[in-house]
Design a protein around this ligand. Structure first.
Ligand SMILES: Nc1nc2c(c(=O)[nH]1)N=C([C@H](O)[C@H](O)COP(=O)(O)OP(=O)(O)OP(=O)(O)O)CN2
Ligand SMILES: [Zn+2]
Length: 152
């Protein structure tokens, strides 16, 4: 696993959980402006997902680390990102599988799961490294990040 210096995000929650994952995936950026990246190629992506919240479940978990791995690694590992039509496509730049968009999609997928659990935990940051020299940090807007705590 890559040793990574993580950017921190200030938040009002008691607990903060981080899950590191790697997944191998192919993609292409469906735009002529993307140069060689418009051709199918692959990366070993490194993702760090940060979740924060105040309430633990009956197991003493904010959320089970292995569930986060299932949501991200198990869904995308050894796949082509462009094939995941629910999230990615050629019809709009926000749906191209760029590092920026993939980072946001990972955050949205994790947040959807957290919403289903009903413990008010938030996915507050996703760091996604595409190559040894390129990564993106995605943080939702303050209202999405902190929910009802945004204006405390
Ligand atoms: N803002 C973005 N720029 C680029 C993205 C992206 O998702 N967001 N993606 C690519 C390509 O997909 C490519 O795989 C990664 O590009 P790059 O960092 O340029 O890759 P290199 O390994 O060639 O980097 P060097 O540091 O020059 O070795 C391109 N741009
Ligand atoms: Zn790429």
């Amino acid at each position: 696993m890559i040793q990574q210096i993580y950017p921190t995000v200030a938040h009002p929650y008691r607990y903060e959980l981080n899950k590191d994952m790697q997944f191998a995936a192919a993609h292409y950026i469906p735009s002529d402006n993307a140069g060689v990246c418009s051709r199918l190629h692959g990366h070993t992506y490194f993702a760090n997902v940060t979740i924060a919240g105040d309430d633990l479940d009956d197991t003493g978990f904010l959320v089970n680390f292995s569930i986060v791995k299932k949501l991200v690694h198990d869904r995308f590992d050894h796949t082509s990102l462009n094939d995941h039509k629910e999230w990615f496509g050629a019809d709009h730049p926000l749906r191209y599988p760029t590092t920026e968009n993939v980072a946001r999609v990972l955050c949205e997928i994790v947040q959807e799961h957290l919403d289903e659990r009903g413990k008010r935990a938030r996915c507050i940051q996703v760091l996604l490294r595409e190559t040894p020299t390129s990564y993106v940090v995605y943080r939702p807007g303050i209202d999405e990040r902190f929910g009802e705590k945004a204006h405390d």
